[in-house]
Design a protein around this ligand. Structure first.
Ligand SMILES: [Zn+2]
Length: 255
């Protein structure tokens, strides 16, 4: 049995002290690969460094996170776009819209999102979408724009039935993480609606730590806790959840 953590920020300062132990614990729990979404220009070096020092056990994405879209976003985007000229990445991420932290930057966020979707389409890369309080707007945009063949994942998916149906129509994946293990999440009914062929697993470490470690720092070795919850909710065996979600992530990210 093996898993992929499709979304983890293990390059952040939260892990500088003990990254080797964190990676070893992940290996011990059969995590085959860890995928690193970038945040902004200030994190590019750390993402590259961890990918290299882990001998590509961790793999880099490149993109500008919506919470980092400020007045200077054109410069940020130029620097990030230049990275794609220098080397290959597994995805454009993480990108999207965040209406939770700052709604005043919505127009800029939409512009930055669209530009990065274009890069992904031009370079034939999947997109990793951050959609906090903004799933419907993102779906509206993706349904309006026409980028045939565009693929991607709604990371940390916590939407409703209608949104599941729209995401399936687009052919996109949903990333399930620690939130589904929270006692008050009420996501069991929703998880049931998602065909396992459209599910990938993620931690979003160091954030969104699954039960029973909630409140502590999250890490990739907790992926089996999320997989067990998916298994319990869908009636699939843990082995089936591992096999299918790992195959989905391998196909989407071509790894
Ligand atoms: Zn993230």
């Amino acid at each position: 049995m093996e898993f992929i953590d499709s979304h983890a920020h293990l390059y952040l300062d939260n892990f500088t002290e003990d990254i080797d132990e964190v990676l070893q614990r992940a290996r011990d729990k059969s995590i085959a690969r860890i995928l690193l979404p970038n945040i902004d220009c200030s994190t590019i070096e750390a993402v590259h460094k961890l990918e290299k020092e882990s001998n590509e056990y961790c793999l880099a994405m490149m993109g500008l996170h919506p919470c980092s879209v400020k007045a200077n976003f054109a410069e940020e985007l130029a620097t990030i776009n230049a990275q794609f000229e220098k080397r290959d990445y597994i995805a454009v991420g993480e990108i999207g819209l965040d209406y939770y932290w700052d709604k005043s930057t919505t127009d800029w966020q939409k512009e930055a999102f669209h530009e990065q979707v274009r890069w992904a389409h031009d370079r034939d890369l999947p997109i990793v979408i951050h959609s906090r309080d903004s799933i419907d707007d993102i779906l509206d945009l993706l349904e309006t724009w026409s980028y045939p063949g565009l693929e991607g994942v709604f990371h940390c998916f916590t939407g409703d039935k209608t949104q599941v149906a729209r995401i399936l129509d687009l052919g996109f994946m949903m990333g399930l993480g620690g939130v589904i293990t929270f006692k008050n999440s009420n996501l069991d009914n929703i998880i049931h609606q998602i065909p396992i062929e459209h599910v990938i697993l993620e931690t979003d470490a160091p954030y969104l730590t699954p039960h029973p470690h909630r409140g502590k720092r999250n890490e990739s070795s907790y992926i089996p806790l999320i997989a067990k919850k998916v298994a319990a909710t869908t009636g699939l065996t843990l082995d089936e959840v591992a096999r299918q979600t790992t195959a989905n992530a391998r196909r989407l990210f071509r790894i």
